[in-house]
Design a protein around this ligand. Structure first.
Ligand code: 7PJ
Length: 331
């Protein structure tokens, strides 16, 4: 693959440039091609299609604008056992609140994959996640439900209850059977880049060129998915901010987001409340990192990211609506 990085126009007049990754808002008129500028209009048709063509809808959601994926954790504190009733009720209530705030898709996770987290036994993860999916469907929840899991048994059980897509932070490298489950169900799959496991991934990650290595690793994971029978157009990509990356790695990836459009696939990004935001701002607790999270979400939206995985749906939605209005993206 080339290293042609589409440079988003800012602010950019609506007539200028090509749509960035099928978005109605952000456009680009120039490429940084291995350090040299080049006009987007000079692109060959295949490259142009990868960088500019519409992405297929995600679970029925058109991806011509960034969509908000609300994070729904079903990971109780250690004093309470996974799968208990109070936890389930709280998760269902939180799901409805996220949708009321503007979440267009929910990402339900029963295993903390934060740095240093221990693995959750599969039965416990199923007991946490699957009843929540069932309860949401029983309550008539129409919003697509994504399952944040690395495990085939969790995916299979959740899909049977009506879940719509799988978000695998290991990009099919944890459980060799997950690819087959996703292929058979024909659902979208997010391939996220990670180094190591949640337990060890922050032990001094090292890369020679983090952007190139993450890109090459994602290319290999796409191959794995496709050879297991998953349709390429059902894939989403995520550089995996904070997963085996230090502060400089995270920043390099965030600056290079447009490069990842060269796969021609939708991009998903999760930066919400992550540690690097605290490192840069001094916001010690995750909840105090909302403003920085919103700032990075806006930058990602300007770079054509299709799905923003966030805790603070209301705040991000408000910020995005102002970005769209000022940029003239809805006109
Ligand atoms: C991500 C995720 C992310 C995707 C988590 C946290 C850690 N899935 N699951 N991308 N992060 N696709 O939210 O801090 O960045 S769990």
């Amino acid at each position: 693959m080339s290293r042609a990085v589409p440079l988003p126009l800012w602010p950019g007049s609506p007539e200028e440039g090509l749509p960035l990754a099928g978005q109605s808002g952000p456009r680009f008129s120039q490429l940084d091609h291995d350090g040299a500028p080049r006009a987007a209009t000079a692109l060959d048709p295949a490259t142009r299609a990868r960088l500019s063509a519409p992405r297929p809808p995600l679970c029925g959601l058109p991806l011509d604008r960034p969509r908000l994926m609300g994070i729904l954790n079903v990971t109780p504190d250690s004093f309470s056992d996974g799968g208990d009733h109070a936890t389930r009720e709280a998760a269902v209530a939180r799901a409805h609140a996220l949708v009321a705030q503007g979440a267009e898709i929910l990402d339900i996770g029963g295993e903390s994959t934060r740095p240093g987290a221990a693995e959750v036994p599969v039965a416990q993860e199923i007991a946490r996640v699957v009843p929540v999916v069932a309860a949401l469907r029983a309550a008539g929840m129409r919003v697509p439900l994504s399952i944040d899991t690395r495990k085939s048994a969790v995916a299979r059980a959740a899909l049977a209850e009506g879940a719509d897509m799988i978000n695998d932070v290991s990009a099919l490298s944890f459980d060799p059977e997950l690819a087959g489950v996703v292929a058979e169900a024909g659902v979208p799959l997010c391939l996220m880049h990670a180094r190591g496991t949640p337990a060890d991934m922050q032990r001094a990650p090292r890369y020679d060129d983090v952007v190139a290595q993450v890109r090459d690793a994602l290319a290999a994971r796409i191959e794995t998915a496709v050879s297991a029978g998953i349709a390429r157009e059902r894939l989403l990509l995520d550089p995996g901010i904070g997963f085996g990356k230090d502060l400089e790695h995270n920043l390099a990836l965030l600056r290079a987001l447009p490069l990842f459009h060269d796969f021609g696939l939708p991009l998903l990004l999760g930066v919400s409340r992550k540690r690097f935001i605290g490192t840069l701002s001094g916001a010690e607790t995750p909840k105090a990192r909302m403003p920085g999270s919103v700032a990075v979400a806006l930058l990602a939206a300007q770079q054509g990211v299709h799905v923003l995985r966030v805790h603070d749906v209301e705040e991000t939605r408000q910020a995005l609506s102002l970005l769209r209005a000022v940029m003239g993206w809805d006109e």
